[in-house]
Design a protein around this ligand. Sequence first.
Ligand code: DC
Length: 223
Amino acid sequence: MFSVAIDGPAGAGKSTISRRAAKNVGFIYVDTGALYRAVGLSAMEYKIDLKDSKRLKAFLLDTKINLEFRNGEQHVLLNGSDVSDLIRTPEVSMMASKVSAVPAVREFLFDLQQSLAKLHNVVMDGRDIGTVVLPHAQLKIFLTASPEERARRRFRELIAKDPATDYNQVLAEIKQRDYQDSHRAIAPLKPAEDAVYVDTSDLNLEQSVDKVTELIKERISCG
Ligand code: DC
């Protein structure tokens, strides 16, 4: 199987670019952030205190997360219900970032991610895919953009749903999540040593997708 690991900070365009590049080369796209979001959503619903490790353990034992692929689109099932839309709120983003710093949560999701890469050719995106989950991926990409550019992109998405969205708050949240994701003790966001850097600050979506698709095709043909 061929694995492409794409890591980078929130809002760098990872999901859209990875999804489209995966389609271009006929691979399955796995959005691992959605898994952390599903755990975050469930932890919010059950009001789990993340410091209560006994309760957290019991909660994880009771939590079933699966990914389904319909027409190439990933759907996240939490205890049998499709939560693909429910996990896209700013509250769940923040909670996902918090649960993702808990080692027990990362262990819980590790096997699921690895088993997908054993079964399919994948483009998998996240924070630690090249460094921890798929250290033997044939291609690793670190996809990034400046915080301001990422905040502008996220702002454009959010304002369409909520006209009261405030750019400065979006920027502050992006910076806070960057800090949380890159300073946590376990599997912090950082580029793998052999990752190819792609900065999308000055690229539009088409150009970013083309760049990543080219990198994958090139690596496949070397393989
Ligand atoms: O990519 P995203 O914004 O949907 O991810 C949500 C949160 O999950 C993010 O704050 C960091 C965390 N995450 C992680 O720790 N490891 C991954 N492989 C993917 C996401």
